[in-house]
Ligand binder design. Structure first.
Ligand SMILES: [Zn+2]
Length: 271
C-alpha cells in the first residue's frame, strides 16, 4: 500500500512533467473508483494549466488555474508519466493528457483510489479538512506528542498509527521510529517521558525523510523511481528482521502481533 513516502516520491516524480503544462483532456476509462469520478470533471479541467503540485497526508494535489485536483492512490494505485500513445493496460482508469504529449496515467487494480476536483481552498475540502497534523510539519513536535499521549493507555505504536492524531505513519515507519527512539512499541502512550517524546518525534521525521530520499519502501511502478528497489530495506533496523541480529547490540530482533499488525523491536535497545 502506498504510504506517505511513496506519495511524496510520486509527487516529486510527477512534478517536473506536469507543472506549467496545459491539460488537453482528462479521459476517464473507469469512473467507479472508491468514489465515482464526477461526470463533469473532464470539462471542468480541460484547458487549464497545472500551477503546482502538493500533498496533504496521502492525497496528491494538482493545483490548476481555477481549482485543485485531489488524487488518492488507495491501496494499490500508481501514477506513471507516459507518452500519450502508450497502449492502455488492464486497470488503467484515467489519463490526464498534457500539451507536452505525455499522459499522467492512473492504474489501480483494487480501485480504492479516488479523484476529486474542488474550486475552493483544498484544505477545506471534506476529505482534507479534518486530517490530523503531518508528521513532517512543525505542528508535529514533542509538545504535541506529549499532549496527545497524556491520558491514553493505548500502546504508543498504535497511537503513532492513529491517523486522527497524526497522518501517514504506517506500520514500517512506526516500528523503525520506535527503535530509533529506544522505546518499546507496547508501552502505554501515557508512560512516555517528555524527553522520549522529543526523541520519538525526531525519529518519526528522520525515518520518513530517509524513506522519501530513497524513494519509498515499496518501490514498484512509482514515477521517478530511479533507486534500487529495496534500498530502504537495507537500512531498516527492525522491520521484518525478527530472529536477525540487532544492528546496534547484535541481540535477536523480536516480533509480536499488535492490533493485527506485526511489530518488530529489540528487547535490549528499546525500553
Ligand atoms: Zn539492539
Amino acid at each position: 500500500m502506498p504510504e506517505l513516502p511513496e506519495v511524496e516520491t510520486t509527487r516529486r516524480g510527477v512534478d517536473p512533467h506536469v507543472v506549467g503544462r496545459r491539460i488537453v483532456a482528462l479521459a476517464v476509462h473507469e469512473p467507479r473508483l472508491r468514489w465515482r469520478v464526477s461526470d463533469s470533471l473532464p470539462a471542468e479541467v480541460k484547458g487549464q494549466r497545472v500551477r503546482q503540485t502538493g500533498r496533504r497526508a496521502k492525497y496528491l494535489l494538482l493545483e490548476l488555474e481555477s481549482g485543485t485536483l485531489l488524487l488518492h492512490l488507495g491501496m494499490s494505485g500508481s501514477l506513471r508519466v507516459l507518452p500519450a500513445e502508450t497502449p492502455r493496460m488492464t486497470h488503467d482508469h484515467f489519463d490526464l493528457l498534457l500539451d507536452s504529449g505525455v499522459t499522467l496515467r492512473f492504474n489501480d487494480p483494487r480501485r480504492f483510489g479516488s479523484l476529486h476536483y474542488t474550486t475552493e481552498n483544498p484544505d477545506e475540502h471534506p476529505l482534507l479538512a479534518h486530517l490530523a497534523p503531518e508528521p513532517l510539519d512543525d505542528k508535529f513536535d514533542a509538545e504535541y506528542l506529549w499532549r496527545i499521549t497524556r491520558k491514553r493507555k493505548v500502546a504508543i505504536k498504535q497511537l503513532l498509527m492513529n491517523s486522527t492524531l497524526v497522518v501517514g505513519v504506517g506500520n514500517i515507519y512506526a516500528s523503525e521510529a520506535l527503535f530509533r527512539a529506544r522505546i518499546r512499541p507496547r508501552r502505554q502512550a501515557r508512560s512516555l517521558k517528555y524527553e522520549e517524546a522529543v526523541r520519538l518525534t525526531r525519529a518519526v521525521k528522520a525515518v520518513l525523510k530517509m524513506a522519501i530520499k530513497v524513494g519509498g519502501t515499496t518501490l514498484r511502478d512509482y514515477v521517478g523511481a530511479d533507486g534500487n528497489p529495496g534500498y530502504f530495506r537495507q537500512k531498516l533496523y527492525v522491520y521484518e528482521r525478527h530472529g536477525k541480529p540487532c544492528r546496534v547490540c547484535e541481540g535477536p530482533i523480536k516480533h509480536f502481533t499488535q492490533g493485527q499488525r506485526s511489530t518488530y523491536y529489540c528487547p535490549a535497545c528499546q525500553k
